[in-house]
Write a protein that binds this ligand. Structure first.
Ligand SMILES: NC(=O)c1ccc[n+]([C@@H]2O[C@H](COP(=O)([O-])OP(=O)(O)OC[C@H]3O[C@@H](n4cnc5c(N)ncnc54)[C@H](OP(=O)(O)O)[C@@H]3O)[C@@H](O)[C@H]2O)c1
Length: 264
């Protein structure tokens, strides 16, 4: 199988994983519309690859009021599927309530979860009307399943997004929209996610090129759950995780069917 989508709207394409995936997709012949807030980086992306293969939209997806306008302006000029790849993470020691940054915790949930619900809501009518294959691709984290103390807001926001993805596969069912979750471990790279740790933060985990290879292979193979493994730990942790994810999905399917009165 090959990557089935011709045009991808990629949120979070100005840094880290999103930037790496954006470049990879262009190399694979996919047209990419990059989304982010930093105009200079969006311009650089289009300049690097050319306006016939790429375009860019400067949007703050945390601004819920901007989403309907963004979709309304973007949809008439596009023929798209969407990849979403974005994050907000805050380190908080729950043992010290006096130091909790409440604004930061709410921000994690708002950017990582609420903004994607808003984005999905704004684009769903367009995607539902499309006859060609289309998809919503969300980036989560293994922390959605195994939360990390210290990253409570981030872990909870990814768990919420992962639950939302499961529900979105049930309703609407039998549509032409494929709802895909790409879940990943910690990556080593150019990204800014672990900058709070200082220089060591950029040396953690899996190399980004291994991630883009694995994520692209999973997407091209038509998977709707792409659990990217840390190659240093290949075949062990991810196998257990796959089992947990599979059991959760089948329980969700069963519960949803029961709530539909047993209808398929
Ligand atoms: N890095 C890891 O080890 C790791 C591990 C597991 C999961 N993930 C997941 O992978 C995804 C990407 O992570 P990353 O490490 O690549 O992050 P990153 O390097 O910080 O990049 C985040 C991207 O999101 C954009 N962005 C942030 N807030 C935005 C907003 N309000 N509106 C529009 N764009 C916004 C940023 O662009 P602007 O600043 O230009 O807006 C940037 O392009 C996230 O979903 C993250 O949770 C990462």
């Amino acid at each position: 199988m090959s990557f089935p989508y011709k045009h991808v709207l990629l949120v979070g394409a100005t840094a880290g994983i999103g930037k790496a995936m954006a470049h990879r997709l262009v190399q694979e012949g996919v047209k990419v519309t990059a989304v982010g807030r930093r105009q200079d980086r969006l311009d650089e992306f289009v300049t690097t690859h050319g306006a016939n293969k790429t375009s860019a939209e400067r949007v703050d997806i945390a601004d819920s009021n901007a989403m309907p306008k963004f979709a309304a302006e973007y949809i008439p000029i596009s023929d798209d599927t969407s990849i979403t790849s974005l994050f907000q993470s805050t380190i908080i020691n729950l043992a010290e309530p006096a130091k909790w940054d409440m604004q930061a915790i709410h921000n994690d949930v708002s950017v990582n979860f609420t903004s994607f619900v808003n984005l999905t809501h704004a684009f769903l009518p367009f995607l539902l009307n499309k006859r060609s294959k289309t998809s919503l691709i969300y980036t989560t984290s293994h922390l959605a399943y195994i939360p990390a103390a210290g990253l409570s807001g981030y872990s909870a926001s990814k768990a919420a997004l992962s639950s939302f993805i499961l529900c979105l596969r049930e309703e609407p069912r039998n549509s032409s929209i494929k709802v895909i979750e790409v879940s990943l471990p910690v990556l080593t790279f150019l990204g800014e996610l672990h900058d709070y740790m200082g220089p060591a933060g950029r040396e953690l985990g899996m190399p980004v090129s291994d991630f883009t290879d694995a994520a692209f292979a999973g997407l091209a193979a038509g998977k709707d759950e792409v659990l990217v493994d840390d190659l240093a730990d290949a075949g062990t942790a991810v196998e257990k995780l796959s089992q947990t994810v599979g059991e959760r999905r089948s329980a969700c399917n069963g519960l949803s069917k029961m709530l539909r009165g047993g209808k398929d």
